[in-house]
Design a protein around this ligand. Sequence first.
Ligand code: MN
Length: 356
Amino acid sequence: MKMTFRWFGSNEEKIQLADIRQIPGVTGIVGMIMDIPAGEVWPVDRIKALRKEVEDSGLTLKVIESVNIHDDIKIGKPTRDKYIENYKTTIRNLASQGIEVICYNFMPVFDWLKTDLVYHLPDGSNTMAFFKKDVIDSPEELIAAVENSSEGFTLPGWEPERLAQVKTLFAEYINVDEEKLRENFKYFMEAIIPTCEEAGVKMAIHPDDPPFSIFNLPRIVKNREDLDWIVSAVDSPSNGITFCTGSIGTDPNNDIYELIATYTKRDRIPFAHIRNIKFLSSEDYYESAHLSKEGSFDMYKVMKAFHDNGFSGYARPDHGRMIWGETGRPGYGLYDRALGITYLHGLWEALEKSKK
Ligand SMILES: [Mn+2]
């Protein structure tokens, strides 16, 4: 396991690379370039500059999260071929700078969804939460609510250029059901995987968050059946999964320990998001501290499933709470993610040593 920390770039962050460097056991950054719209080529010089900045701080840049997929690819419009060619160029450009893993998702219109970005916990900290009853019927209203509580930060997956087109996009997805979305996924993967194999890059799809349909949009990364289909759609080690416990695990029917074991064994998890959540009902939850007893997952079992099946990929603690008065981009503070990392390392060390 190679432990990393997501960082949005010096123009986007209060958190300094020098601070991340001091978290024990963190070797690398999960990077991104936020101002490149989906569909455009990532220029080599931009990637090189980011890499230099990260490496100058004593960290590595091996994982990018995310290179977003243009909606024309997901919808299957004739223009998709142009965007697929751009994506292939981006893959080559990233590989030329040492990138090994690209995290992405295949969710229509927008990315992850929480209904409360500042949910207060009894200990005085706050965190993100999801209450199914609060999923507002109109996407516009929901977007306004998210924007109002994002503390002024651009949230990954909720970029302004994307939100501006929401209405148009909804209309374009009217004829895209799950079957059609799968077809379009396969078309995309068949086109890019040879490039990935050649360049030595692994694609790692992030599960849908939440793992069920919202606003009647199709979802194809929700459960074991979906994951099985995805990894078989194009059978290549470059077609992998970002195993996110806090997304796929929010459906209580998904046995995350079994899923981790299955896909680690098959060498299809190049990247993992490891966090805990606390269920308040079978549908509602908040993102708890990482500790098993603070949430609903057995984090020892999570780490054991990775460990015992030979996980050697990149991992990050995913989200954290806001603690000690920290403010910033919801889910992405410094302190609680650092605590999470240290705890995950503790579990890992115990697993390593008890093996002998
Ligand atoms: Mn995640």
